[in-house]
Design a protein around this ligand. Structure first.
Ligand code: S3P
Length: 443
């Protein structure tokens, strides 16, 4: 867990940014690789695991429920699973730190085991809504004792055997989808998730990769029906985790807005449910090229080269949102220095992330000199037309790694430094971020 002590930092324009880098492993895939390995019988190996605080919270929780999880080298981990149905009663509360993904997915796993677990987290996580997973998991028979508003700390009393359900997602959330599917692993019969708006599909891919009987059918209306046969037997796997496109977005946007820059990020996950950010940047005129395209561990991967570009404002179609849901903060930075107006909508989910990302980005960008209008479900930004922003202000990161990194990137193209009140949350997903950015600037 990162220290409770805030760590302020200041980001001045440095550059041009040049070089070739590799970002840490994908956070979503890292969580899932530990969870599924811990439920397989036998030894799995994971390479390229993100060793950020969020993923370490998942590792600690799976250990507390009986799995053996060891680090064998940099990003290399060995996991001995307990088998589906074999999770043990944790002896203490599971501390999820800042991690919503750990919390919601593990609530699903616990829900169909005959164990009771208490989930706790930091101030940010304790504000986030858990009702969205409590609702479907109550339908399978699990019981919950949550803090007011369906929040952490909360206790889950799992049930075995659970009742299989067919659940239509009321919110476009891969975490809710995954919680139901993971609960379905130890539930007799077929668990179905109906997904009207597609979200990241790493759970589906990885469950199938571990040998679960899972099918996905897309009906005539584009609605996905994901069916999982329960009481699954998972076979141990060797997994290579691709680089996180959500992390790659930071150096990519930094290169695009910093004159003279050319940065290549290698081994980036290009799963189409994740690459909305690159498509929208290209729609703004970004010079992005992809090379070395290949499949790694069932996921498409490529090297991405970003060169400084004159960006133009666009209207982002709301249906693109799920495929770039975590990238809006840094996308807003790009929009702030583009030519013309960028309009975003349909982004209510951004208000319940690690922070209220619409409010935080609107406030922070405004104090550093950008022209931003905050609406209920999005931001409207009138870009500076390539001019640096003023900077010379301190912004709040509110325990949100992506807010902190977005303002570090914004500092690249300001007249004066941008200060962030606390950059310690960056360690949840991208512990090497600051060193990597300094390296690209030749610092
Ligand atoms: C994630 C899903 C998304 C995303 C989060 C990771 C996942 O959350 O924002 O960072 O790994 O399933 P939602 O399901 O709440 O959209």
């Amino acid at each position: 867990m990162h220290s409770a002590q805030p760590r302020p930092a200041s980001f001045s324009p440095r550059g041009p940014l040049r070089g070739t880098i590799k970002v840490p492993g994908d956070k979503s895939i890292s969580h899932r690789s530990l969870m599924l390995s811990a439920l397989a019988i036998g030894e799995s190996r994971v390479a390229g695991l993100l060793e950020g605080e969020d993923v370490l919270s998942t590792a600690a929780a799976m250990r507390a429920m009986g799995a053996t999880i060891e680090r064998t080298g940099e990003g290399e981990w060995r996991i001995h699973g307990v088998g589906v149905g074999g999770l043990l009663q944790p002896q203490a509360a599971l501390d999820m730190g800042n991690s919503g993904t750990s919390t919601r997915l593990l609530m699903g796993l616990v829900a169909s085991h005959a164990i009771t677990a208490t989930f706790i987290g930091d101030a940010s996580l304790s504000k986030r809504p858990m009702g969205r997973v409590i609702d479907p998991l109550s339908l399978i028979g699990a019981e919950f004792n949550a803090s007011p508003g369906g929040r952490l700390p909360l206790m889950v009393r799992g049930i075995c055997p659970a009742v299989p359900i067919s659940y239509r997602l009321p919110v476009a959330s891969a975490q809710v989808k995954s919680a139901v599917l993971l609960a379905g692993l130890n539930t007799p019969g077929i668990t179905e998730v109906i997904e009207p708006v597609p979200t990241r599909d790493h759970s589906e891919r990885m469950l199938a990769g571990f040998g679960a009987d899972l099918t996905v059918e897309t009906d005539g209306d584009g609605v996905r029906h994901i069916r999982l046969v329960g009481e699954a037997e998972l076979k141990p796997q060797t997994i290579e985790v691709p680089g996180d496109p959500s992390s790659a977005a930071f150096p990519v946007v930094a290169a695009l807005i910093t004159p003279g820059s050319e940065v290549t990020v290698t081994h980036v996950g290009m799963n189409p449910t994740r690459t909305g950010i690159f498509k929208m940047l290209e729609a703004m005129g970004a010079d992005l090229t992809y090379s070395n395209e290949r499949i790694v561990g069932g996921e498409p991967v490529a090297d991405i080269t970003a060169r400084h570009s004159n960006l133009t404002g666009i209207e982002v179609p709301p249906d693109v949102a799920p495929s770039m849901i975590d990238e809006f903060p840094v996308f807003f930075v790009a929009a702030s220095v583009a030519q013309g107006r960028t309009v975003t909508s349909g982004l209510d989910e951004l208000r319940v992330k690690e922070s209220d990302r619409l409010a935080l980005m609107a406030a922070g960008l405004t104090v550093i000199g950008a022209k931003v209008e905050e609406r209920e479900d999005g931001l409207v930004i009138d870009g500076s037309g390539g001019e640096p922003l003023e900077g010379a202000a301190t912004v709040a990161s509110a325990l949100d790694h992506r807010i902190a990194m977005s303002f570090a990137v914004a500092g690249q193209h300001c007249y004066h430094a941008v200060s962030v009140d606390d950059v310690s949350p960056i360690a949840t997903s991208f512990p090497t971020f600051e060193a990597m950015m300094a390296g690209l600037a030749g610092a």
